[in-house]
Design a protein around this ligand. Sequence first.
Ligand SMILES: NC(=O)c1ccc[n+]([C@@H]2O[C@H](COP(=O)([O-])OP(=O)(O)OC[C@H]3O[C@@H](n4cnc5c(N)ncnc54)[C@H](O)[C@@H]3O)[C@@H](O)[C@H]2O)c1
Length: 495
Amino acid sequence: MSEKISRREFLQRGTAAAIGLTVVPNTILGKSHAHIAPSDKLNIAGVGVGGMGNANLRNMERTDNIVALCDVDWDYAKDAFGRHPQAKKYRDFRKMYDEMGKSIDAVLVATPDHTHAIVAANAIAMGKHVYVQKPLTHTVYESRLLTNLAKKYQVATQMGNQGASSEDSDLVCEWIWNGEIGEVTRVDCATDRPLWPQGLNTPTERMPIPWGLGGPEGWDLFLGPAKYRPYNRAYHPWDWRGWWDYGTGALGDMACHIMQVAFKSLNLLYPISAEGCSTPLFPDCAPNAQHVKITYPARKKFHKVNMPQVEIHWYDGGLLPEFPKGWEAGKSLMREGGGVTIFHGTKDTLVCGCYGQKPFLVSGRVPKAPQVERRVGTSHEQDWIRACKESPENRVPTKSDFAFSGPFNEMVVMGVLAVRLQGLNRPLQWDGLNMRFTNIGENEELNLKQTEMKVIDGDPKMTTIDHKVNAMAYAQELIKHTYREGWTLPDMPTF
Ligand SMILES: NC(=O)c1ccc[n+]([C@@H]2O[C@H](COP(=O)([O-])OP(=O)(O)OC[C@H]3O[C@@H](n4cnc5c(N)ncnc54)[C@H](O)[C@@H]3O)[C@@H](O)[C@H]2O)c1
């Protein structure tokens, strides 16, 4: 972005408009992207590189240039920073876009879940390709926005659910499409997570901000669009995933890996209803265990198989689905990677691990289905780099490009909605196109019944406190967050 445009202006006017004055990306002019030959190197910027982002960088840096790195915690990110002395370092992605927008081709986003959308959406609106960690976004609205922005700006995209690029995931789809298990009316998915603390009261202690964050400004940048709260070690680093303001609990953490094969093989789009239940809900922290049921309407026949209405079930925190018929006694349901997906078909049952790993039929039969899916052969990251270098007209989409992973992520965050709205005590009817529930009355109250736990003389005491809110407004806020002042998303494109 030109130094002539201030960060404030950049945010107020929207990135696309601002950048249009200076760089004039080809997409904004309705032309194809300036082409990057496969032999040329991409200039990649990484945002959030202290954890998984660092692993993603390793799979990108061996072939392409890492030109800029942005992380709010320069201590936590020191490994990535140290490996890339040539990359310019930032704490604030907005400043990085301001200063280096012209020289960046693509952005890797691996911040906590609540900042994926704002970092990625503003990059896309500048015509940058994006690789965004899973879950793609924190809300349904943000998923829809990224899907539509990617379509408008014709950039190469990939959500970081790496199992989508595996041959095992391809096999699951091919077996189902070839009719190997018949029609699927129910899928059970489970994870052994959370492995981090959940089901907690909100910390009241104000802890010193770690030096790596560089002071209160660094913590404020971590919070980004979320409301202000003082720093506590319970949030950063890594444990943020259990707190609703930043993460999405065990479901958001693992469903993108475990449900991917279901969403793809069954050609799902928008659900018609969702319901959830859990161990006690805390005001700010995800519960220890959850069960969610999401229902999809019948879809068109695909390849050889009919696609009737289907229920997708999610279990975490130690809850498990029933053993399928014919399951071998003594064999654990939990498969490779601490997850399982079970497709109940009219002819057989297909089971695979997390990331679609090692699929098999419960009958023991080994299917032989024609190959119809492209095999990736490299890595999830390298496949995205390949797509970045192809022109939009001829681009072979990545396995988790936003046209797929955007609607898929809506399913994942719908699970969060179902759990957080469980106090309405009904299956929530969903109008996917308009992103709204249709069976919540305008003046209806939702009692969030927040539970507080105190240990008094070694005895745990649970108190339930009534907390009544307008149900419709509460649901709407979960579907589309109100961002803190100074943090804005580009407008939703219309087609
Ligand atoms: N695909 C996978 O297998 C996989 C595995 C782990 C994590 N993840 C995903 O990766 C993302 C990051 O998770 P993690 O485990 O690496 O967490 P983490 O806390 O270990 O790392 C997050 C990094 O982002 C930085 N950060 C936080 N807010 C920032 C901001 N506003 N701007 C710039 N940097 C910021 C933090 O300082 C830290 O370095 C999450 O969305 C998570 O779900 C994916």
